[in-house]
Design a protein. Structure first.
Length: 201
């Protein structure tokens, strides 16, 4: 859906980034925040910074129902991810949010990646059982508390490497909480595969 010059102008993340959370780094391998408190997930793969025009594409998919954009975003993410997972789990939506939106944008992106890579997709492995306020509407410091105990995992993931697919990673609180649940279900590693990484203000 995008021509080559437009693709070249997208806000690609630089090669030098934190090996855990994917924040751009001037030096070193792991950012100070991850050193101070290591997340429950192992690493994040993301092709883009959450800036124009990628932010607009994600909004058009998520809030405008432009489902065709899932293919564009999913293919970019499939190229950026290391593809070393045994299964893909889309970030779950609460039942109320899913009914309101009509689809889960993370699942639509994950379908593209699974089709492109052949990695099994587990769309029903996890559920969001608490209909929390949107993370984007909350201050960064309140987001971890907002998603605490919001997920359950119904699958046996013993010995599996799981990739969680989502559209945007900001504080990492949602991925961190889901990673906790996935590890309790037996996952030996949890990676976040996200389309865009929000950069610090």
């Amino acid at each position: 859906m995008l021509c080559a010059p437009c693709v070249a102008d997208l806000p690609w993340l630089p090669r030098s980034r934190c090996a855990v959370c994917a924040l751009p780094l001037a030096s070193g391998a792991i950012c100070g925040a991850c050193i101070a408190r290591l997340p429950r997930f192992d690493r994040v793969a993301a092709p883009f910074a959450y800036r124009f025009p990628v932010a607009g594409l994600i909004h058009a998919l998520k809030y405008g129902g432009r489902l065709a954009l899932a293919r564009t975003l999913g293919e970019a993410l499939a190229q950026a991810a290391p593809l070393d997972a045994d299964a893909i789990v889309p970030m779950p939506l609460a039942r109320g949010r899913l009914a309101e939106r009509g689809f889960n944008q993370a699942l639509e992106i994950a379908r593209v990646i699974a089709a492109r890579t052949g990695i099994p997709l587990l769309p029903l492995a996890c559920r969001k059982v608490v209909d929390t306020p949107p993370q984007a509407a909350l201050p960064w410091k309140e987001r971890a508390k907002n998603v605490r105990r919001a997920f359950v995992c119904d699958a046996d993931l013993a010995g599996q490497r799981i990739a969680v697919v989502d559209d945007v990673l900001t504080t990492g609180a949602t991925l961190d909480e889901l990673a906790r649940v996935l590890r309790r279900a037996g996952a030996v590693s949890v990676a976040g595969w996200v389309v865009a990484r929000t950069l610090p203000r």
